[in-house]
Design a binder for this molecule. Sequence first.
Ligand code: UD1
Length: 366
Amino acid sequence: MLAPMRLAYVVGTRPNFVKMAPVLAALRRRLPGAEHVVIHTGQHYDRELSEVFFEDLGLPGPDHRLGVGSGGHSEQVAKVLRGVGELLAATPHDLVIVGGDVNSTLGAALAAAQARVPLAHVESGLRSFDRSMPEELNRVLTDQLSDLLFVHSASAIDNLAREGIAPERVRFAGNTMIDTLVAMEPRIRAAQAAQRRGLEPGSYLLVTLHRPALVDGPALAQVMAQLGRLGLPVVFPVHPRTRRALGDAAPPGVTLLEPLGYVDFLSLQLDSAAVLTDSGGIQEETTFLGVPCFTLRDNTERPITGEEGTNTILGLDPERIADIPALLAARAGVRLDPPEGWDGRAAERVADELAADLEGRSLARA
Ligand code: UD1
């Protein structure tokens, strides 16, 4: 008799948990006889960036914790490569699944490729064309190493074709981050995170900034000065990296919060007048929710959020924050349908493809 199939899901940071939770749930339903192994690299380790998400999303606790912790790009990638590599060497696996573009994603992809374990990448093909971002290198290299690449927008298909990736390896699945949002929507709508903080729904700007290009230099102080002059309440849950640079200082009208769990953060997004961010995932969530989003970056790897969503790329220019009230007034009432495949069923499509692929392989083994 054949040993049960063994699938490893490698996660390490906040957005990984959100993207992977529905994929894990769908594959557990599709392949109940398989072993589903969750590996947490430990890239994010603070309770608010890690355990809170497992609790909010109902993710089963990890089977393995690598304890990689903080460090530079090469240090984190190397530690994940070694940790996942050791696990794959110790026990045979039929598939490794990674998501997104963080250092944990690339480390795990390298480990799978070196161990010759088939690799699936959820959220493939996104490109900012800016190789000064570690995430861009992570995306390009992970996609090169992956056997099955799941995309959520048409531009991703073009990007992969341009890099010589065979179209048979690419599957349009839709957006698994939106699956989580759809599944959690009743809890998000009931949470009333704004009211609980004395904020009137529709009245405030929600801010999240954590990218090195913004928070590790002089731009952050300029951003804070601009936020203080905006004339509308600003709520800013602060990532630890940003907190290190910012301390506790905020101008009047700007409220700094600790990082929030998934439900409370999405509730604040849902009820905001607009969001100012440098995050990729938040550009997608605001697109789905129909909330105006202003991205304080020079580029986006998610152009669909501008073409079919609510996202405006302001540029990496704090002065542009002053334009937000006028830009908001100009787009009042605009509501677009979510992009194709951002419908709450992306993980089911991923699971269908992967289960068929795995079952085909086990038939071949038999
Ligand atoms: C990482 C990802 C980024 C993603 C973000 C989501 C990379 C290159 N970056 O950025 O793409 O958008 O996660 O949140 O993979 N820290 C803590 N506690 C933690 C984790 C981090 O205090 O639990 C602090 C440490 O000082 C650390 C810094 O935050 O050095 C940066 O953490 P790191 O995981 O390197 O990158 P993020 O900025 O979180």
